[in-house]
Design a protein. Structure first.
Length: 152
């Protein structure tokens, strides 16, 4: 269904305005689907992001600052997210051996197991893109990269 029909708006002031609204609308749509997939595992999208970052570095520890730098949602509080995951036994916090002021974080076996189960769910999530060609996906990714990099 077209964006116009989805949000019941007949026209936009420009194709650029329509693109901005379309990106925001699609982001909300994808966020809702992702949240539904994560809800049975009792983790938020931001917590999922932290777990994925930690799994990517496993078995090496990652500093809170490094997690913050890699987060998709730059407004997230990495320390708070790590603490919530620690309470769920999905991560461990350790004092850095090189800099005692720094806290390092490692994913636990439980965290890896939860991600493994979520990976199966996410594979189903990826199927929603089956009607998009690889070329179209590459083109969309290129356009989105240009949008983000235009303000550098």
């Amino acid at each position: 269904m077209s964006l116009e029909r989805e949000i019941k708006q007949e026209k936009f002031s420009s194709e650029y305005q329509k693109l901005a609204v379309n990106i925001a609308f699609t982001n909300a749509y994808l966020t809702s689907l992702l949240s539904k997939n994560l809800k049975p595992h009792d983790i938020s999208m931001q917590q999922y992001n932290v777990l994925r970052i930690l799994r990517g570095q496993h078995p090496n520890p990652v500093s809170i600052n490094s997690i913050t730098d890699r987060m998709i949602d730059k407004m997230s509080n990495a320390s708070r997210l790590v603490e919530k995951l620690r309470k769920k036994s999905m991560v461990e916090r350790k004092t850095c051996t090189v800099d005692r002021r720094q806290v390092d974080v490692c994913i636990t076996n439980k965290g890896l197991e939860v991600l493994s189960v979520i990976d199966d769910t996410m594979e189903n999530f990826d199927h929603m893109f089956n009607h998009v060609s690889i070329e179209d996906a590459q083109s969309a990714n290129s356009i989105l990269d240009k949008l983000r990099n235009s303000n550098d």
